[in-house]
Design a protein around this ligand. Sequence first.
Ligand code: NAP
Ligand code: HSE
Length: 436
Amino acid sequence: MPIGIGLLGLGTVGAGVAEILLSPQGRHPLVADLELRQVAVRDLNRPRPIPLSNSLLTTDPAAVVANPDVDLVVEVMGGLEPARSLILAAIEAGKAVVTANKAVIARHGAEIAAAAAEKGVYVLMEAAVGGGIPILEPLKQSLGANRIERVSGIINGTTNYILTRMSEEGASYGDVLADAQALGYAEADPAADVEGGDAADKIAILTGLAFGGLVDREAIPTEGINTLQTRDIDYAKELGFVVKLLAIAERHGSDPDGSEVVDVRVHPTLVPKEHPLAGVNGVNNAIVVEGEPVGRVMFYGPGAGAGPTASAVVADILNIAAIRQVGAGGSQDALDPLLAASSWRNCRLVDQGSTCHRNYVRFQAADRPGVIGHIGSCFGSAGVSLQSIVQFETEGSGAEIVVVTHAVEESLFQQALSAILQRPEVEDVRCCLRTL
Ligand code: NAP
Ligand code: HSE
């Protein structure tokens, strides 16, 4: 029996979804059962890359949700509102929802999941993380037997594209960002990409699935690539590293009440050249999941763009279509608990002071004998062991001294930096990055 699809948005992702729905030949036969019944856009006169009858278009997304011919609502319009309210309205009307909107899910996931559970409808979101890479469904299902220790990787295509081209071609940040926007990789407001917010939304969603409980999205320590300087990318290269924007969620123990304590963060990171994530370039994403007993598995592929994202959206639609096909009378009262994936324990974010990391730090200092020695002994006195300390040649006066530490507790590292900044020959810390 055909399933009526209502599409909220016909931009990069929406057009990709419509293209698949309108060309079912050669795909799984269930695709032919998916009928595009109505599409909401903001501007009816905007030229569209696909041949769609004007009678399908409306500027009223609420009308699509309420349309009795629409069985399943696909939200690919983006933004927090009205997207959140429309998703909730669809659930209230008993309609399944597929969304690519990580911003809404990371912030309002609990409210949406509760409403969906009450109504017995699925809300699926594979496209929200990793673009075309299947990662949410594997975490819910294929890796369900594991105790997950760590989920980490490159989960923003725009920033990976920018960093790759800056590092390989010496291209300018502004030019490459404009290219990423033209290619449909960037968010409507690209600040979400370059400031790390999009990756933070995605790691919040991954954390919820991997560790079984939601964390406070707004409390995730987040740093983007917008303040990164080309000289640090170059120095990192000379030291044998590639700079990548990583998102990391790792187990940090548990509280006496059984709550899981997790270290979740997003920041530019120096990745050793021989590490598998160092070779993930362009718009590609890669997510490494470490668990017991599976060990380490890596998911790799295109992390943004129309085709890859639409592939994930339509896979979710097909999952729901398949369940409806075998369900008694299409009733979805009994949700598959793995696919619906509700939270099953409390999670909280760790206090960052107690976490351990390797660090890269660049000091601006006077070019005088003994400066490197003084910096080294301040680190030593705080119990921070160093992997390397190098002075880079600079034009003009002063010296740039770059230190790479071994893994150290954050509070000790900060103590060492404070002591170094007290020294008259040290002007400033110009850059501080984490190192894998
Ligand atoms: P987009 O190109 O900006 O498209 C947004 C679409 O929604 C447009 O068709 C727009 O209409 C429509 N729209 C926005 N607000 C509306 C409103 N109030 N009423 C009616 N229509 C409205 O965005 P996108 O790149 O496709 O992204 C859509 C969602 O997918 C976002 O949540 C994004 O984070 C997520 N996502 C994107 C990608 C990617 O690679 N682009 C990948 C994964 C997830 P007009 O066309 O008339 O302006
Ligand atoms: N703007 C996002 C990115 C789209 O570049 O990764 C995919 O979620």
